[in-house]
Design a protein around this ligand. Sequence first.
Ligand code: PEP
Length: 250
Amino acid sequence: MRRKVIAGNWKMNMLPNEAMNFINALAERQGQEKTCEVILCVPYTDLFYSLLTAQNTPIKIGAQNMHWEERGAYTGEIAPEMLQCINVQYVIIGHSERRQYFAETDETVNKKVKAALAHELTPILCVGETLKQKEVGLAEEVITKQVELALGGLIAKQVEEVIIAYEPIWAIGTGKVATKEDANDAIKQIRNKIADLYGEETAQNVTILYGGSVNGKNAKELFSTSDIDGALVGGASLKVGEFEEIIKSI
Ligand code: PEP
């Protein structure tokens, strides 16, 4: 059985007091119930508060980015060990907003994935095509290439530790969710690529999420498919009731 994951990406939202209130409210609603891994990827300034608040609850805390180097003259950056030493367990790598606005490339994404694993951080690796690429029939080529390059240099056992999020860019923050068939097909294409590169067993063991306008209403349908193992949720992860609905749908 593959692990099921619901991960929230708060992006540049939530002050520490809002983060703590959210986590307390979610923990209260959820109790110790654990149908899947529930992860909140919060801004750096919320990490410490969130980790303390989430102690003794099933909620896990992740970061949204990090540098790949150990230390050095990289003003404004955060090193893997800085996350590891405060017990952060997950980190989003290669989100489309970072690729688009902060010039992340497949090469830097690959370095970050390797650095995360070397520091016992689970990378939540994001891949996805633009609307234009989808319209000209390039989606499969784009997403499988992104996966291949991001995982380059890993061994099969390490690949199984990565959580992949298929996030078509045209669906992020737009309210346009992919159909369950399209999302499931894209995720199968990713699995097939991993099977080619690392073997069928690895492909069947790796957790792959869908992301892009998931909400409390459409989540159940998406999760009814064969290959979607959960969701990476942006906007709907900022509302505790809606996020809880998504968790309950898996
Ligand atoms: C995201 O930011 O990863 C995302 C999927 O956003 P949204 O759910 O708002 O589309």
